[in-house]
Design a protein around this ligand. Structure first.
Ligand code: SAM
Length: 472
């Protein structure tokens, strides 16, 4: 039944194969010979199969876990270096017809204020985001064909790209909306989106159906096959994710990797990103009502194992997580983080009182973008506002080959430095600017190609003089 090349959800995420993987992992997680051979393969930085990675995840031996974490750090550095891409979510509408039991947007929730931004309100939100320094957004909506039809999403994307406030502009709009048709994915592609993100929530079909009792999202196959339709519609950067806490994490982990393998097998390109959201408190939602919550150590171990198994993928952590966990996660493989997020509709212009909030979930990291940027640099990272790849047509397998050929230092690193410089000039506090300028000075010599290094040096001077938007 299991067939990674099949286009049927129940065949590429075959329940029997997941269970067999878990059994194999339990049986071998204490077997030194098997562990050593998996670790030896992982050291090649070419990834692991879902079965191999599941053995590492199941292993409780402290010394092995430490080795996996060290490898995750090494792989993250090799593929992504020390740069961290910044983004913010933008909630357009919380109208929703689904009944997802973990999400406050569920249609039975009568006390959450329902809001849908007008185009003028979107423009104001975008200006507020630009004034912080954001260049990359992920737009979010509930699923509601009447309130949030695809035309509304397309018009909103146009509005977002059209706002240029002072030195600001949004240069990449990623989209996190419900599973839709090939035709609608094509329209999103034509509207110039970056990544299409859709969280699976859970790969366990029976649980999925219970957790999504009503509405279009109830259809497991339609949801699980969405990325194939997105790819058919021409979107070649897709982002996977599981909402940890809903089901047993080992099940989700194996299935998530099977999904990544499926995309590689069918489309020749794996997930552009993998997100690792954990369930949070929200209006009408008590996370302790879900039995499968994971502690911080397990969460970090999952991140390290994903990094080792899928070395090329971007990994995203949101403000669902607080400073401490984010710091650990950055070390273990995260390459993109959000900053200063508001999960309420219209929340960037008018922050809401928590008691009457339209928010999707409580945010743990409440720092400003400037504080997050400064903190990242103090931890030795280069915050990046780069959006070059998709604007240069480096999407899908073209991005993957750049990543897999380790050209990051000649391409992404220079772009990170130039966009960081823009941030420092336009938005940073004096302290952040000081730290950032020093960091850029230190990082410049690390660009191996001399011509590119000189190009960057020239552009940094031009940015000082007021010019913007350079890229390799
Ligand atoms: N409505 C679209 C969908 O169904 O995919 C868009 C996604 S929704 C705006 C963004 C994501 O937030 C969901 O996919 C879900 O994983 C996550 N989410 C929902 N409720 C949450 C909660 N209580 N805590 C943390 N994350 C939550």
């Amino acid at each position: 039944m299991y067939d990674p090349k099949s286009l049927k959800a129940e065949e590429f995420i075959d329940h029997g194969e997941v269970l067999e993987t878990l059994r194999y992992a339990e049986e071998n997680c204490g077997n030194r010979e098997v562990l050593d051979s998996i670790l030896a393969k992982a050291r090649l930085h070419k990834g692991l199969t879902h079965r191999e990675a599941s053995v590492l995840l199941a292993c409780e031996d402290k010394e092995i876990v430490a080795q996996v974490e060290a490898l995750a750090r090494e792989i993250k550095q090799a593929y992504y270096g020390n740069r961290i891409v910044m983004f913010a979510p933008l909630y357009l509408s919380n109208y929703c017809v689904n009944g997802c039991v973990y999400c406050p947007y569920h249609y039975k929730n009568k006390h959450i204020p329902r809001k849908k931004l007008t185009q003028e309100e979107i423009a104001r939100e975008v200006m507020a985001l630009q004034d912080m320094g954001h260049k990359r957004l992920a737009i979010e909506t509930g699923e509601d064909p009447v309130h949030n039809p695809i035309e509304y999403v397309l018009e909103s994307i146009k509005t977002i790209y059209g706002v240029h406030h002072k030195h600001g502009s949004i240069r990449r709009v990623n989209v996190n909306i419900a599973a839709t048709t090939v035709e609608n994915y094509r329209k999103l592609k034509e509207a110039g989106i970056g990544t299409y993100i859709l969280f699976q929530e859970t790969y366990h079909k029976e649980s999925y159906e219970t957790l999504h009792p009503t509405g279009p999202k109830h259809n497991y196959a339609y949801h699980t096959e969405a990325m194939d339709r997105a790819m058919e519609g021409g979107i070649d950067d897709v982002g996977l994710g599981v909402l940890f806490g809903l089901e047993l994490y080992k099940y989700e982990f194996a299935a998530l990797l099977m999904h990544a393998e499926h995309l590689e097998a069918v489309h020749g390109v794996g997930p552009h990103t993998i997100s690792v959201p954990r369930i949070k408190h929200a209006d009408d939602i008590d996370p302790s009502a879900f039995d499968n919550g994971i502690d911080d150590d397990t969460f970090c171990k999952i991140i390290a194992c994903i990094r080792v198994a899928v070395p090329y993928t971007g990994m995203i952590i949101s403000t669902r997580e607080g400073e401490e966990v984010r710091a650990r996660a950055l070390e273990l493989g995260i390459s993109q983080i959000s900053g200063a997020s508001r999960t309420s509709v219209g929340g960037y212009v008018e922050p809401e009182d928590e008691s009457e909030s339209s928010a999707q979930f409580d945010v743990s990291d409440k720092r400003t973008l400037d504080e997050v940027v400064c903190w990242l640099m103090k931890l030795g990272n280069v915050p990046s506002f780069c959006t070059a790849c998709y604007r240069e047509g480096r999407t899908g397998d073209r991005f993957m080959s750049l990543c897999k050929s380790m050209q990051i230092l000649n391409c992404c690193h220079p772009n990170a430095l130039m966009t960081l410089k823009e941030y420092l000039m336009d938005y940073a506090s004096p302290v952040t600017r000081l730290i950032g300028e020093e960091l850029i000075r230190k990082e410049l010599p690390r660009i191996p190609n001399e011509k590119i290094r000189q190009f960057v040096e020239r552009n940094l001077e031009k940015i000082e003089k007021g010019e913007r938007d350079f890229r390799v």
